[in-house]
Ligand binder design. Structure first.
Ligand code: ADP
Ligand code: MG
Length: 338
């Protein structure tokens, strides 16, 4: 008997899930990103027990062709990357064709999807194995239900924190996606509670109002700055309304929320000495660039990216905030001093 064998696809998917699906919020992120890539204008997310019992995402996007719903759960199956060159021009949030098979390998999944005017398909998988496939209604869009997450990976289930912590991660994930996509109406429900509602009219300040409240949104100021390679725009708070945590800064590159220490620091530096030590602004900073300048294929979760000319971009972000600070200073104070 040979010693080297190719592992089963279910096992390979479970191993991939170890990287991509760390906790319930990772499932939420992957499913909602798929809904965004499908050009949805309305996305509803329902979770029960912080997603451990149920995560359900309903969208009104383009849907999956009824002949391809099963295929979407195969590893490396994607409609988003066709050629090698596409890898350097990524405009979609997904491209690895890994999320659905990974999620399915560690949970019970039900999918119902239909394209405009076409017959729909309903399928069910248990631990990655197809157990049901039948015709479904032709309501345009996709509904995905993920139940009993990590039922077959006890080590991962043990690692999951309290309901409160996991729910906070889910909320944070949806908040950032909503801030990055003001053109989409998001609703997040947890058990009986509504945690988030955004209007989806394309206005960033309206999205901020949905996430941080109307009063906070009103106090935030517009920033904008452009160079040959980059366009930076968004809203930041004034030095008098800050937070004790950096987590109220959201950096979005070509529609994708990213984590980047240097750019977060550039926002802070834009305030020069106006922020108190240990205080951070609220900020929603959008950056647009040619996808050729951006490598998103750094990590499976795609939250870290490599940007060509990151230093120049940092200077531009700092300048965008700094221009606002200078402009604010020119406004006369209560005594009329300029
Ligand atoms: P990726 O997003 O990297 O392509 P996924 O495993 O997340 O890989 O999804 C596989 C494919 O299934 C996608 O490329 C897309 O064609 C289809 N798909 C998944 N979710 C949706 C959705 N909500 N609406 C339309 N198509 C979807
Ligand atoms: Mg995807």
């Amino acid at each position: 008997m040979p010693k080297i064998q190719i592992m089963s696809s279910v096992l390979a998917n479970q191993i991939a899930a170890g990287e991509v699906i760390e906790r319930p919020a990772s499932v939420v992120k992957e499913l909602v990103e798929n809904s965004i890539d499908a050009n949805s204008t309305k996305i509803d997310i329902h979770v029960e027990e912080a997603g451990l019992k149920l995560i359900q995402v309903t969208d009104n996007g383009e849907g999956i062709h009824s002949d391809e719903v099963e295929q979407a759960f195969e590893r490396h199956a994607t409609s988003k990357l066709i050629s090698n060159e596409d890898l350097f021009r990524i405009r979609t949030l997904g491209f690895r064709g890994e999320a659905l098979p990974s999620i399915a390998s560690v949970s019970m999944v039900t999918v119902e999807s239909a394209q405009e005017g076409k017959a729909g398909r309903h399928i069910k998988l248990e631990g990655g194995k197809l157990v049901e496939s039948k015709p479904a209604s032709s309501r345009r869009g996709t509904l995905i239900k993920v139940e009993q997450l990590f039922f077959n990976t006890p080590a991962r289930l043990k690692y999951v924190k309290t309901i409160k912590t996991e729910l906070a991660h889910i909320s944070d994930t949806i908040n950032r996606l909503a801030l990055a996509h003001p053109e989409i109406s998001f609703r997040l429900f947890s058990d009986e509670n509504t945690l988030l509602k955004t209007v989806g009219n394309g206005d960033i300040r309206q999205a901020i109002a949905g996430v941080y409240g109307v009063e906070t949104a009103k106090t935030m100021k517009k920033i904008e700055s452009t160079s040959f390679d980059f366009k930076v725009y968004g809203y930041v708070s004034l030095p008098e309304s800050t937070r004790a945590s950096k987590s109220y800064m959201t950096i979005i590159v070509n529609g994708r929320h990213i984590r980047n220490y240097a750019l977060a620091q550039a926002i802070v530096d834009g305030y020069s000495s106006k922020l108190m030590v240990g205080r951070y602004p609220l900020a929603v900073v959008n950056i647009e660039m040619d996808p050729l300048l951006l490598d998103v294929n750094v990590h499976p979760t795609k939250q870290q990216v490599r940007i060509s000319n990151e230093k120049e971009l940092g200077e531009l972000v700092k300048k965008a905030v700094n221009d606002l600070m200078s402009a604010e200073q020119r406004i006369p104070d209560a005594l009329g001093n300029i």
